[in-house]
Design a protein around this ligand. Structure first.
Ligand code: ATP
Ligand code: MG
Length: 158
C-alpha cells in the first residue's frame, strides 16, 4: 500500500493516546510535510504498536513519550523516545534478538515474549529500512527506524 506516513503514524499514536490508562503524556514532532511510503500497513502497525507498548511499559508515572519523524540521508527517520529505566549499554543492541530480554525477572513481571523487536527488525529490513536503539540507564530509551519515502504522491510507484 502507498500511504502518507504522517497520517498513518498519527492515527496509531491517537489510538494509544485515547486508550492509555497510565499517567504518561505524549509529544509529537511530526511535520506537516507529506511523506509517502510503500508499506504493508498491517505489518508496520504491528511494529509501531510494539515500540509504543514497550515505551509505555517502561515509562514512569508522569513520564513523557516523544514521537518524531525527520528526513536524513534520503530516508524517513522515525523516533519514539521514553523516560523509562533505560537499557545497559552492553545490552542495547541485543534487544533485537529473538527472545532476548534485558532482565528476566523484570520482564517476566511485565509480560510478553521478547519477540516484538526481533519481528520489528525483520519487518523494517524487509521494507528497506534499518532499526536501532539508543539508551541510557535511568534516563530513557529511543528507538529509531528508517524507511524509503517519496515526497510526491505520483512517485516512482505510479
Ligand atoms: P513482546 O514484545 O514479545 O511482548 P517484550 O516487550 O519483552 O515482549 P521486545 O519488544 O522484543 O520484547 O523487547 C525486548 C526487550 O528489550 C524487553 O524485554 C526489554 O527488556 C527491552 N526493552 C524494549 N523496549 C524498551 C524500552 N523502551 N525501555 C526499556 N527496555 C526496553
Ligand atoms: Mg515488546
Amino acid at each position: 500500500e502507498f500511504v502518507e506516513f504522517n497520517k498513518f503514524f498519527n492515527r496509531i499514536i491517537d489510538r494509544f493516546e485515547m486508550s492509555k490508562s497510565q499517567n504518561v503524556t505524549f509529544s509529537r514532532f511530526i511535520p506537516d510535510t507529506s511523506y509517502f511510503v510503500e508499506i504493508d500497513t498491517d505489518k508496520l502497525t504491528q511494529v509501531i504498536d510494539n515500540i509504543i507498548s514497550n515505551a509505555l511499559k517502561y515509562s514512569p508515572d508522569g513520564g513523557n513519550i516523544r514521537f518524531g519523524c525527520t528526513v536524513q540521508d534520503n530516508m524517513l527517520k522515525v523516533m519514539i523516545s521514553d523516560d523509562g529505566m533505560g537499557i545497559p549499554k552492553e545490552n542495547v543492541n541485543r534487544i533485537f534478538e529473538r527472545f532476548y530480554r534485558v532482565d528476566r525477572a523484570r520482564s517476566r513481571a511485565m509480560g510478553g515474549t521478547g519477540l516484538g523487536l526481533a519481528i520489528a527488525k525483520d519487518m523494517i529490513e524487509a521494507h528497506g529500512g534499518k532499526i536501532w536503539a539508543e539508551s541510557e540507564e535511568g534516563v530513557g530509551t529511543t528507538i529509531f527506524f528508517t524507511l524509503p519515502f517519496e515526497l510526491d504522491e505520483a512517485g516512482d510507484w505510479e
